[in-house]
Every structure is written in C-alpha cells, then in structure tokens.
Design a protein around this ligand. Structure first.
Ligand code: HBI
Ligand code: FE
Length: 278
C-alpha cells in the first residue's frame, strides 16, 4: 500500500483513521473536479440507457445521482442508509483486504475521494470517486444486491483465514465489477467496472470477442482475470437472488475442491462445463 502516490491535496494532508477512513471535505472540491464528474456522468448515462440493468438505473434515481457535481456523502448517505442500511466511507486509496472485507461485512462501502484527471477519462488503475460512487453505489440501493455485498464481505473475512482470498477476489471481479444479468429484454450490465467505462459498456454487450458464460461460482473462482484490458469472459446471472444464494452455501467443500484440484482457466479459455450465451 505504501507505494501509492496521492495527488489529491485534501487526501494527502489527512491521516487516515484506524479504519482507514478520511473526511470527504466536500466543499473543497474544485469547480473543475465537479465538472469532470458531470462530464463522466453525462457520457455514461447516455450510453447506459438500454445497456445497464434496471436496478442500476433505479439506484441512480433513488440516490438523486443525476444532481450536478460530485455527490456529498452528507446527503447521499442518509438516503442510502434508509434504503438498505449501507453507507459510503471515504478512503485515501485501496485499503488492505481485511479492512475492505470488514467494511463490507458492516455495510460500509469504501470509496476513493479523488477524481480522475481529464487525461484519464477513459481508464485509470486506481478506483476514483466516479468509479466507486457512480459505479458501485447505485446497486447498493437494491436490497438483494445489498445483502449479497454484505455476505461477500463476511465470506472474504473467512477466506482470509483459509488462504482462499484469490478465489473470492475472482468472484468479486466477475460479479461486482464485471457482472452481466439476463433480463427479458436481453443482457444488461450491473458490474461497476463496466458501467463506469464508456468503451466497455458497449464492448461487454455487443462485441463478438468476449465469451459470455452462465454464472457458475466454482468456475468463476477458478478463472483468472486481467485488470487493464476489456474482459475476455463475462459471467451472466439470472437474478441477484442467484448471487446471494451462492454465498449462503457451505463454502468448506468448495474450498476443499479448490485446494485439492488447482485447475484454473485463463481469461479467454473455455471449460467443458461452460453454458455459453450468444
Ligand atoms: N480497497 N478502497 C478499496 N476498494 C476496493 O475495491 C478494494 C480495496 N481493497 C481490496 C480490494 N478491493 C480487493 O481485495 C477486492 O477486489 C476483493
Ligand atoms: Fe470497484
């Protein structure tokens, strides 16, 4: 964590609390930072009609995210808390896994304070306030997905002690970050990494290159991922209940199989058991 350079002066001057949280200091965002948020927001919302899951779009409305500028936690948190008991905390950068999972297990979503520069509009490595609040938070307004995220945090804490964290990180990657859902109107996006990316919002649904595989938790836990290119595989759920139910099973036999049989799949590999969608 120490090699992260912090460009945001409001972040750099703060000493994180023991839970790694810092203050948002919302009134210290500059007009240009708010303008970058608006630019990203307008571009994504235009793209996401007919591409994002209805629950994601509903979350934008429920949390009044169409308001101009970077959201103020003092106004979005009471609305989110009333809906599903979740709240957003501000953090200076990626936090250690155990801290991250502990927050999720307590319905707290860690979001970066900084916003990307105009040179980084299309891609940045580190999650900024747009990726975290525009990408992740609307789905936290959906009760079933909100339950899944808390159960995921609890599972992550268990996985830390079992040495199976990398398997759990894959589950997060292929659902929370890059998940697709099948709806009566066709495939839709609910993953934060896709909805916050202009290019991948189109590519994930319309390009012939990636394979789209029906959700299979153990298969996901065996699937590698690359962080800085469009995904070569997407996993498609039938419902958010399917996601939540997957976290309610006893993980011990799953972890036993993952530990005994180390089979893993590359990002573009297919597996015999895969049920592919067109
Ligand atoms: N920290 N702030 C922050 N945001 C994340 O998404 C995050 C993190 N720490 C760890 C982490 N994600 C990963 O371990 C998860 O992808 C599993
Ligand atoms: Fe993310």
């Amino acid at each position: 964590m120490s090699d992260i350079t912090i460009h945001d002066p409001v972040v750099a001057r703060q000493t994180p609390r023991p839970d790694f949280s810092i203050d948002q200091c919302w009134d210290e965002y500059t007009a240009d930072e708010h303008a970058i948020w608006d630019l990203l927001y307008e571009r994504q919302v235009a793209l996401l009609e007919g591409r994002a899951a209805p629950e994601f779009l509903a979350g934008l409305d429920l949390l009044s995210l169409s308001q101009s500028g970077i959201p103020n936690l003092d106004s979005i948190n009471p609305a989110l808390k009333a809906l599903t008991g979740w709240e957003i905390i501000m953090v200076p950068h990626l936090v250690p896994d155990d801290v991250f999972f502990t927050h999720l297990a307590n319905r707290r979503f860690p979001a970066g304070r900084f916003i990307r520069s105009r040179e980084q509009l299309d891609y940045l490595q580190e999650p900024d306030v747009f990726h975290d609040i525009f990408g992740h938070v609307p789905m936290l307004a959906n009760p079933v997905f909100a339950d899944y995220m808390q159960a995921y945090g609890q599972g992550g804490l268990r996985a830390l002690n079992l040495g199976t964290l990398h398997n759990l990180a894959r589950l997060y990657w292929y659902t929370v970050e890059f998940g697709l859902i099948e709806t009566p109107d066709g495939l839709r996006i609910y993953g934060a990494g896709i909805v916050s990316s202009a290019g991948e919002s189109r590519y994930s649904l319309e390009d012939d290159e990636p394979q789209r595989i029906r959700f299979n938790m153990e298969r996901i836990m065996r699937t590698e991922y690359e962080i800085d290119i469009f995904q070569k595989s997407y996993f498609v759920i039938d419902s958010y209940e399917q996601l939540f139910d997957a976290t309610q099973q006893d993980f011990a036999p799953v972890y036993e199989r993952l530990t005994e049989d180390k089979t893993s799949f590359g990002t573009h590999e297919s597996a015999p058991q895969d049920r592919l969608l067109p």
